[in-house]
Design a binder for this molecule. Structure first.
Ligand code: PLP
Length: 374
């Protein structure tokens, strides 16, 4: 049977990984500054992570959401403490798109409305409403396009207010720091205003923290740079360090009822074990503060790079915007220097999304390679 070929692939076959390093089937080592697309948060094969999942696997891997699962409560408690959002409620699912899909659905149930406001250059996933709220017509099928979505420019509060005043909007969904779109940020003042406007007009503010959450920005959630109070926060990627797990945090104003949301695999025992291990390591190794320190170091090392326009992003969700398109540079970094980096919708932006416990030594290797390549 052939694979359904939807991914353009690099001709590299990783077979083992440890920390920030990947080894391929020829024994060649690569420095992973891409983290499998911002997924690897505590490093590949972290011993606490391997230990916790292995122990759980030995006991029980899965049972359905029709019985008690104390690991879900333990995860909710730990997540409440780590994020400071103890009053929110947790619903677990399996991916970023599914988290946003549930967030949008819940917003629509809660408000009784159906129009969504999203922003230019957004990416929220590939399922029904999530892809409709994604600013990329190439991946929106006619079926998905039936949703009512209005795309607005980011950080323009008056434009947002004019749309919300119409009274028919169930949700405003935004990435606090745009990932695929190229690292533009929702400014704290805009977030605070969006939060207040959503409350005034009976709309749910959804903070998509699928990529920026779980410490990647140097805060637990990137929106916490502001005093905004989202109705729903979606998360995935770094939450499981590679184990497929996602979820939404739901403001207590939203009332649960049996059957309102659901999933077979969401919140399974292994996923909870993986995410609990991530939270333990984020705390015990002070990874949020490391993300902030490494950002400072990265910015310092990036100064004076030839052809550099600006450093974008925050924490360890960073990008180097050059005067030229970076696709050939990215290829050169992989094949000649053994370094994985990321791309985005902006062809001039080289993205860097390493594990949150990366150190100065690894960043030095990157900047040395970059200087040679440039
Ligand atoms: N939201 C954001 C901000 C993302 O970056 C992504 C994936 O890149 C998604 C949602 C979709 O997540 P998933 O691929 O797990 O469905």
């Amino acid at each position: 049977m052939e694979l359904f070929e939807v991914y353009p692939l690099f001709d590299i076959t990783p077979v083992q990984a440890q920390g920030c390093w990947i080894t391929d089937s020829n024994g060649k080592k690569y420095l992973d500054l891409y983290g499998g697309h911002a997924v690897i948060s505590i490093g590949h094969s972290h011993p606490r992570y391997v230990g916790r999942i292995t122990k759980q696997l030995g006991k029980m891997a899965f049972y359905s959401n029709s019985v008690q699962n104390p690991l879900q409560r333990e995860l909710a408690d730990s997540l409440g403490k780590a994020s400071g959002l103890e009053a929110y409620h947790l619903f677990l699912c399996n991916s970023g798109a599914e988290a946003n899909e549930n967030a949008l659905k819940l917003a629509s149930f809660h408000t009784g409305k159906s129009r969504v406001i999203a922003f230019k250059n957004s990416f929220h996933g590939r399922t029904s409403a999530a892809v409709a709220a994604t600013d990329n017509p190439a991946i929106v099928s006619p079926l998905n396009a039936q949703q009512e979505v209005t795309f607005l420019p980011l950080n323009q509060a008056e434009v947002l207010q004019r749309e919300l005043e119409k009274g028919d909007v169930c949700a405003v969904i935004l990435e606090t720091i745009q990932g695929v779109g190229g690292l533009d940020k929702a400014e704290p003042a805009f977030l605070e205003l969006a939060s207040a406007l959503c409350k005034r007009y009976g709309t749910a503010l959804i903070a998509d923290e699928v990529q920026s959450g779980f410490g990647r920005s140097g805060r637990f959630f990137a929106f916490q740079e502001s005093r905004a109070e989202p109705g729903i926060i979606s998360m995935a990627k770094g939450m499981g360090n590679g184990f497929p797990v996602g979820g939404i945090l739901i403001h207590p104003d939203f009332k649960a009822s049996h059957g309102l949301l659901g999933t077979t695999f969401g919140g399974n025992h292994l996923a909870c074990a993986a995410s609990l291990a991530v939270l333990e390591v984020l705390e015990s190794e002070n990874l949020l503060s490391n993300a902030r320190e490494m950002e400072t170091y990265f910015r310092r090392r990036a100064a004076n790079l030839p052809g550099l326009l600006q450093v974008k992003g925050q924490g360890l969700m960073l990008g180097l915007e050059f005067e030229f398109e970076v696709a050939p540079l990215r290829k050169q970094l992989i094949y000649d220097y053994g370094i994985f980096t990321g791309s985005s919708k902006n062809p001039k932006l080289l993205r860097v999304l390493p594990a949150l416990n990366i150190g100065k030594q690894e960043l030095d290797l990157f900047f040395q390679a970059l200087k040679n390549a440039l």
